[in-house]
Design a protein around this ligand. Structure first.
Ligand SMILES: Nc1ncnc2c1ncn2[C@@H]1O[C@H](COP(=O)(O)OP(=O)(O)OP(=O)(O)O)[C@@H](O)[C@H]1O
Ligand SMILES: [Mg+2]
Length: 145
């Protein structure tokens, strides 16, 4: 389903990730475990083309190495970044509206799906996202593209 070959990441002159091959098959859960600074975040950012990278990335039998991040996301490959990174001064529902903006997913369908997965978000849909707990904010980050 997802494959990287010799994926490398560069931050200017800094060689952040020195070549990694990852293969994820259908229905498989793959975990990257390494020490701090080893390159886990770089690998994920490289797959989504959010940083300068080399090597190849294939998703659903299609090479996405040179696709832009938003194009890759539209194909269904999403990254839930570390940190909460929600719009803290918007309500839960307004945050979901932002996800649906410029996105083929329908806002009402998205809300229905999210509230079924996380009933806590439904209870708090009119509350400012920044006033939810850390774990609750991460729930809000887990929206499907
Ligand atoms: N924005 C950046 N600018 C310069 N170097 C960076 C940047 N981000 C990461 N690096 C470097 O790239 C290497 C890999 O970092 P990365 O953040 O991918 O590690 P990680 O495995 O996610 O670590 P952690 O477990 O601490 O989250 C490190 O040497 C790091 O210092
Ligand atoms: Mg990291």
């Amino acid at each position: 389903m997802l494959k990287t070959e010799n994926l490398q990441v560069f931050y200017g002159l800094i060689h952040g990730l020195k070549g990694v091959d990852i293969e994820v098959n259908n229905s498989e859960i793959v975990t990257l475990i390494e020490s701090n600074g080893a390159g886990k975040t770089s690998a994920l950012s490289g797959i989504l083309n959010m940083v300068k990278s080399s090597g190849t990335v294939t998703f659903l039998n299609e090479e996405v190495t040179h696709s832009q991040t938003h194009q890759i996301a539209r194909k269904g490959l999403a990254l839930v970044p570390e940190g909460r990174k929600v719009f803290t001064n918007l309500t839960i529902e307004e945050n979901l509206k932002m996800v649906a903006y410029n996105n083929p997913v329908n806002f009402y369908y998205l809300c229905e799906k999210m509230y079924a997965l996380f009933p806590r978000l439904k209870e708090r849909r009119h509350q400012m996202a920044g006033t939810m707990s850390g774990g609750e904010q991460q729930m809000l980050r887990l929206h499907a593209p």
